[in-house]
Design a protein around this ligand. Structure first.
Ligand code: ATP
Length: 433
């Protein structure tokens, strides 16, 4: 059964995945802080993306560009003129909405009144600030609304220094900021979020083929990390839905508790961005193909995913309730590469001779895996906690350990237990994690 929204939000808060930002001051709407487990899960999602998009390939390199860039970047990219959402306000209850996200453009979802909306105003989503001590129109800068432009403006720097030949990609993970009109659904839509974007540059005539290639690569990434295929949907944009720069876009949608919604967009951005920056900066961003003796502006295929949103989707997808006898067991069936903690080390009791053995074992395992050494509460409760946070293996040190120098290792999903000698525990886990 699909998990409902409140259950997953409550689990996130209760176990320390995600907290409301500025909670002690009453909370800042739509901003969230990632707790001890959330930060590990988020890092693991980003690490897996980086691993598959950069480390495992010899045609993609990484970049980490500044959040604040020259304002001309956003003029050239079109964000200043057209990165807007249509804002409408209900004149009865004063609630504001994004017109394109309303179920019915005539009826207010808050007060239910008909025909009370103002004309749509085009509201620019970029956060504006000033660089330096004086606030004037000469020193306005923007927080980047996407990581992609940092890649385009470094196209030539990266190509030259990394001595790259087409086709090649430049990948970046980092924070982006959008002054969303209607943030919400927990961490799904926030004003500060993290993106994982890759710009893959190629010859124009090969763009369509690479576009199809990246759609498949991205599908495989989600499924390989355990996302249920029936909860994923790849949807091609209609001609009238396409962004100003795109010759084709696929949305990767996930089945959230409120329905299918976007995790990632994969677009054929053509030569729009490089051309726009060439025009604005006056710099040559063409590519010279020595073999063909030809100079041209490359096309670009962009898989652009949200790290925070994807982390939320993995959390939802992993949530499972199982009947065990007449109790319900809650388990996060996360792929072990994503699990915040890989091994729970649990001494059966707080007796010093058991703790001595379990601490030593935990310290040893910590060199290889993220470990939680948990000595509080009853053993049943500790198993429950580890199941709920998705720990794939629990190692229990019991009274027999003192005699047989062996421990019990429990598998999260099957709950099967193996008795393993202490000196073999690391190898046993390494084989499975
Ligand atoms: P939406 O239609 O949901 O506003 P978008 O199509 O504008 O998103 P893109 O510009 O394609 O989004 O950004 C790429 C990815 O960045 C999205 O698929 C999403 O995962 C993530 N993203 C975009 N906006 C937000 C946000 N406000 N909060 C969290 N993640 C976001």
């Amino acid at each position: 059964m699909p998990v409902d929204f409140d259950t997953i939000v409550n689990l996130s808060k209760k176990r320390g995945f995600v907290f409301q930002s500025s909670e002690i001051y009453g909370g800042l709407r739509s901003a969230y802080d990632y707790g001890p487990l959330g930060v590990e899960l988020l890092r693991n999602v980003k690490e897996q993306w980086w691993h598959s998009m950069v480390r495992m390939r010899d045609d993609v390199v990484g970049l980490d560009s500044a959040v604040i860039q020259a304002p001309q970047v956003w003029e050239a990219s079109g964000h200043l003129a057209s990165f807007t959402d249509p804002l409408v306000e209900c004149t009865n209850c004063n609630n504001r909405y994004r017109e394109d996200k309303l179920d019915n453009v005539d009826q207010c979802p808050s007060c239910g009144k008909w025909g009370m909306f103002t004309e749509a105003k085009h509201f620019n989503l970029m956060f504006k600030t000033h660089m330096g001590p004086i606030e004037s129109s000469d020193n306005v800068v923007y927080l980047r609304p996407e990581t992609a432009q940092g890649i385009f403006i470094n196209f030539e720097n990266v190509r030259r220094t990394a001595r790259l030949k087409l086709p090649f990609g430049i990948a970046q993970i980092g924070k982006s900021f959008r002054n969303e009109i209607t943030p919400g659904q927990f961490v799904f839509r926030t004003r500060e979020f993290e993106q994982m974007e890759m710009e893959f540059f190629c010859r124009p005539e090969e763009a369509e083929e690479w576009f199809r290639y990246w759609i498949e690569e991205r599908r495989n990434w989600y499924i390989d990390l355990g996302m249920k295929p029936e909860n994923l949907q790849f949807r091609e944009h209609e001609q009238d839905e396409l962004s100003h720069y795109s010759a084709g876009t696929f949305d990767v949608d996930y089945k959230f508790p409120w329905g299918f919604d976007e995790l990632e967009g994969i677009a054929n951005r053509t030569d729009f961005d490089l051309k726009a920056h060439m025009e604005k900066s006056g710099k040559d961003l063409t590519y010279f193909d020595q073999e063909a003796n030809e100079r041209f502006v490359p096309y670009v295929i962009e898989p652009a995913a949200g790290a925070t949103r994807t982390t939320f989707a993995f959390l939802i997808d992993a949530y499972t309730e199982e009947a065990v006898g007449d109790e319900t067991r809650i388990v996060l069936k996360l792929d072990s590469r994503l699990s915040p903690i890989k091994v729970g080390v649990l001494p059966l009791s707080k007796k010093p001779n058991l703790i001595e053995v379990s601490s030593k074992l935990a310290d040893d395992l910590r060199r290889a895996f993220p470990v939680e050494h948990d000595v509080t509460q009853s053993i049943g409760r500790r198993y429950r906690r580890q199941d709920e946070i998705g720990t794939p293996y629990c190692v229990t040190v019991d009274f027999d350990t003192l005699d047989d120098q062996a421990v019990t290792i429990r598998d999260r999903d099957t709950m099967a237990q193996d008795r393993v000698s202490i000196d073999k525990v690391k190898a046993y886990l390494a084989e499975r994690l």
